[in-house]
Write a protein that binds this ligand. Sequence first.
Ligand code: PMP
Length: 437
Amino acid sequence: MVTNSQAFDRAQHILPGGVNSPVRAYRSVGGSPRFIQSAKGAFVTDVAGREYVDLVGSWGPALLGHAHPAVIAAVQEAASRGLSFGAPTLGEVDLAEAIQRRIAPAERVRLVSTGTEATMTAVRLARGVTGRNLIIKFAGCYHGHVDSLLAEAGSGVATQALPGSAGVTPATAAETLVLPYNDLAAVEEAFATHSGEIAAVITEAAPANMGIVPPSRGFNEGLRRITRAHGALLIFDEVLTGFRTGPSGWWGFEKEVLGADFTPDLFTFGKVIGGGMPVAALAGPAQIMDQLAPLGPVYQAGTLSGNPVAVAAGLATLEAADQGVYDSVMAASIAVGEAVTEALTAAGIPHRVQRAATLFSVMFGEHAAEHGSHNYADTLANDTFRYGPFFHAMLEQGISLPPSVFEAWFVSAAHDDAVINRIIEALPAAARAAAAA
Ligand code: PMP
């Protein structure tokens, strides 16, 4: 048996920062990340043999909980037939059709391996189709580590308080216009200033990488109206929200629950559609998607794209994710969110729990309590110093939260009443620790 700090010491000698993705590194909360050796349902077990209730959920994919029996069986069956062929398989067609059944505008689907590849390809496709160079993104939105999309990005870029990334050329950065979220006037103005030059607006369907910042009523529809009026594409990044905020993602939630009526040009998906394996996708109308190679001039490829074992996990996940799963994820999310409010209120900490369907996150401070967060500037007004002590008090009691205040808390269908009660019981001590900070 090793301790987590021994594992981390060893890792730091070979992996930069001891991790393969910065968000795992506990940089903002301090301490050694838990090195996980196994996971089941709502729980993860670290290398020291300690079990935690998991609210990281692999950062989104674990909708059903970890190691769901149907998903593991599908992966084992697929693996027994070979790991990768570099030739098409029917599993890829099955997964693409399953996506289309839930998202009708996904007439064509291109499977890739990461969300980053999906957004990178969507941007290239938008530029290829429109013959224009500029892209609009919103401050605080994260779309993966694509050069042109790292400016004022959320997620780990926000956690480390970076303006963007070194290594992105000024020429690339100059082709991205970064605007405040939830501000349609700023979008109108950018299109007026750069008439005929903007290829696409890319937006998180409901931002979840600067804390949860739901779009204002009509914001996404407004983006659709403006982009259409100017001949630009609307890229709807549902890598995180897709098949998590509901059976047809945030797009379906806005349509069915909030009564919105719009269709983006391109969707990007990831996380849940791989069920824990590396699968992501971009999707949209045939007319646009068929501009991709081999039919069209926009090149994109991948040795492991549509990997047979990975798509088997994704398909089994979508097949198991029935309405009952979404109902229980929603119920768990509401129960935990309300308990957080109760505990923080009892400890006298001004805060706000922000929500987008099944997703929620906690924002600390007077600004959040009074105004909520509508954009990245609001989110940055968080009393972030309260999160470290809160996080560690939860961890101490066996609850593993995302190690950054800017991230969503991911519940799953395996977070049943007993699990939720464990979280609720741990919250008052964590709230007191946050109050003492
Ligand atoms: N888009 C969004 C909205 C995301 O949340 C993420 C990852 N958190 C990505 C894109 C990038 O996905 P990946 O990490 O698989 O490259």
